[in-house]
Design a protein around this ligand. Structure first.
Ligand code: CA
Length: 223
């Protein structure tokens, strides 16, 4: 497993690199945003650990460029900022998880392993629910044959709902499965993301597939 660290603080980069190497990962370090982007565009890695505050090009911008280039490698952001609006911004761009500095290495390792386990690149089969088709391998979603343009985070959320089609999933389950982060579930991040997902998956179509079960959670079903 090959991991790219994009981090300008040398002490932090060295600390992460040493720990990951000891755990059997192949690790490369880029010291600024430009270098990190170039590396990630040129070589296939399994995971990117991306600092937000970077010289030359910040983490948001690196992320945006990667997704624009259709590179869907999972990204773990490192950030000192922990406001909900920053998190939502990161998720919207396609961040898969966050770690707030300072952190313990054991926590980083747990997040890395979890991200690699549920990396969408690893799921192959197309999931069909009614007229909705999800192709995890190519990150493509269509409804009634119309391609839907989802962010990676919206894609993960839809994939989770569709994998549990017909079953009610709670907000807590969504947070654990889709964000893999110990959110305070009182935050509105799930609701915000669900609204965005519905705007794409349901609003343009007559039949609504995502239903809210008040006080319980959500369910996706064909009819
Ligand atoms: Ca930094």
């Amino acid at each position: 497993m090959h991991i790219l660290i994009v981090e300008d603080e040398q002490k932090i980069a060295a600390f992460i690199r040493r720990g990951l190497t000891e755990n059997g990962f192949v690790v490369d370090v880029a010291e600024d945003g430009e270098q990190g982007l170039e590396y990630a565009l040129a070589r296939k890695v399994d995971l990117i650990i991306l600092d937000v505050a970077l010289p030359k090009r910040d983490g948001w911008s690196v992320m945006t460029e990667l997704r624009r280039a259709e590179i869907h490698t999972p990204v773990l952001f490192l950030t000192a900022r922990d406001s909900v609006s920053d998190r939502v911004k990161g998720f919207d761009l396609g961040a898969d998880d966050y770690l707030i500095k300072p952190f313990h290495f054991s926590e980083l390792l747990a997040r890395v392993r979890s991200l690699l386990r549920r990396s969408p690149e690893r799921r192959e089969e197309t999931i069909t629910v009614g007229d909705l088709e999800i192709d995890p391998r190519r990150h493509r979603v269509t409804r009634s044959g119309t391609a839907l343009n989802l962010t990676p985070k919206e894609f993960s959320l839809l994939l989770f709902l569709a994998s549990s089609a017909g079953d009610i999933v709670s907000r807590t389950e969504i947070v654990e499965q889709v964000w893999d982060i110990n959110f305070d579930t009182g935050t509105n991040v799930v609701d915000v993301m669900m609204r965005r997902l519905r705007a794409k998956v349901d609003d343009p179509f007559e039949k609504k597939m995502i239903q809210t079960i008040r006080g319980v959670g959500y369910v996706l079903k064909a009819d």
